[in-house]
Design a protein around this ligand. Structure first.
Ligand SMILES: Cc1cc2nc3c(=O)[nH]c(=O)nc-3n(C[C@H](O)[C@H](O)[C@H](O)COP(=O)(O)OP(=O)(O)OC[C@H]3O[C@@H](n4cnc5c(N)ncnc54)[C@H](O)[C@@H]3O)c2cc1C
Length: 402
């Protein structure tokens, strides 16, 4: 147990982002005292445990493509890379691919994005209407003009990745303390210490705000305006007995997104059941810490979109719905990664991933660790995702499917 009163780097929030920062810090600076402050070791409300686990390279911003290019192989290899004393992590990576589908109006953007991904070495397969019909015969092609398949993408168990990062970071010397940050002391130029619920005070050479949907509250403790809001989003597990070809993670422009979950299960009557996990994000959902589950949402909103695009889902059954929070960056939907260079230079933010935080946690963790240890990005230049664009109200958004 960590009983010290000072550390080199304190990380606020031990979810997947904070744990990734801790892991990469222990790699880059093995002698540093790294302390992760996380009030809930069960992660009951953390976004990470409620995520769908998707990891893809289909983005338009070069930084996001590059982060995926690092993070996805990291996740795929994580079972061994994060093993402790020969015991592997349990990330359950499944290389099922991602498929984006769009109507005629969105074809130019999809084409541009496909070209951008290929320029970054991504295996992105362009599928016109005929190719889509041949490859995915269960899809209703009405209104769909083209798609892009990235076969190297897929999904994993977010909790498995979080626990793997946490366990490995601890094995390499990082400390986790069960406490909550309630205040931050600073002078004109730098963070000095954090105050915790327990009454404890911890001096820190640097502080990383990795509090996910709560990141704005941490930023407010140092008067940093951070436009990150909690946005409730539902995830559903549903099943169908109807035979469908193996599907990748499918996403469309209306934000319908789903993927197979688990294997095909045989039933006693000889029929088979395939499970799926997915949802449809409502961007107009009021912001706030709301975890209530609307059990009519699937039938009202998701099912019509799903059954229209894949008629085999007309008879599907939703078995479970849960809610979780996106940490939504209201400026542009991209994460804020970096330090507050103009004010408190040792205050770092890694938050606002707006639905992509699980897949980008490895790259973001490495980036923050590089900035702290080396004073600059060594692997991927994430300067454009820094706080400066927030301060200057200069959005840097993704184009196309979110
Ligand atoms: C339904 C759903 C589906 C999703 N699907 C995907 C997906 O397919 N792919 C993907 O990449 N992303 C997905 N996401 C997004 C992803 O879950 C998040 O971006 C990611 O988990 C953010 O990780 P985090 O560590 O920043 O936040 P969290 O996991 O929320 O961790 C933040 C931690 O900060 C702690 N904290 C809060 N306040 C304090 C304080 N004052 N002091 C100390 N600690 C504090 C909390 O206890 C919490 O554990 C999904 C999210 C949801 C809700």
């Amino acid at each position: 147990m960590f009983t010290g009163t000072r550390c080199d780097i304190a990380i606020v929030g031990g979810g997947i982002v904070g744990s990734s920062v801790a892991y990469f810090l222990t790699r880059l600076a093995p002698a540093a005292d790294v302390v992760v402050i996380e009030p809930d070791r069960t992660y009951a409300l953390a976004s990470t445990l409620r995520a769908s686990g998707g990891a893809r390279r289909q983005f338009s911003c070069p930084e996001n493509i590059a982060m995926s290019n690092f993070s996805i192989p990291f996740i795929a290899d994580a079972d061994q890379a994060l093993a402790v004393d020969g015991e592997p992590a349990h990330v359950e990576w499944r290389r099922g691919g991602y498929l984006f589908i769009v109507g005629r109006a969105d074809v130019p953007v999809l084409r541009d994005n496909c070209d951008a991904q290929r320029a970054h070495g991504v295996d992105a397969v362009w599928l016109d209407g005929d190719a889509l019909r041949t490859r995915f015969p269960s899809m209703n092609p009405v209104g769909i003009a083209a798609g892009v398949l990235t076969p190297g993408d897929g999904w994993c168990d977010p909790n498995g990745l979080l626990q793997g990062l946490r366990r490995k970071a601890r094995a390499l010397g990082a400390h986790y303390i069960d406490d909550r940050v309630v205040g931050i002391d600073h002078d004109a130029f730098a963070i000095r210490s954090v105050r915790l619920t327990s009454g404890r005070q911890l001096q820190a050479g640097a502080l990383v705000n990795a509090a996910g949907a709560w990141a704005k509250e941490i930023a407010a403790m140092v008067d940093m305006p951070l436009p990150i809001e909690p946005l409730r989003r539902f995830e559903h597990y549903f099943e169908t007995p109807n035979a469908i070809e193996p599907l990748p993670y499918v996403k469309d422009a209306a934000r319908l997104a789903f993927r197979p979950e688990g294997g095909v299960a045989a039933r006693s009557d000889g029929s088979h059941i395939q499970g799926y996990s997915g949802g449809l994000v409502d961007s107009d959902e009021p912001r706030g810490y709301n975890f209530d589950v609307d059990h009519g949402y699937f039938e009202r909103v998701v099912w019509p979109a799903l059954a229209h695009r894949f008629p085999a889902f007309e008879t599907c059954r939703c078995k479970r719905t849960w809610s979780g929070l996106y940490e939504q960056n209201e400026l542009d939907g991209n994460p804020v990664i970096g330090n507050w260079e103009d004010r408190l230079a040792n205050f770092y933010v890694a938050a606002g991933f707006s639905g992509h935080g699980m897949m980008h946690a490895p790259a973001a963790g490495r980036a923050i660790a590089e900035r702290i240890v080396h004073g600059r990005y060594e692997s991927i230049d994430l300067t454009r995702l820094g706080y400066r664009r927030i301060a200057e109200h200069a959005p840097y958004p993704e184009r196309g499917i979110l």
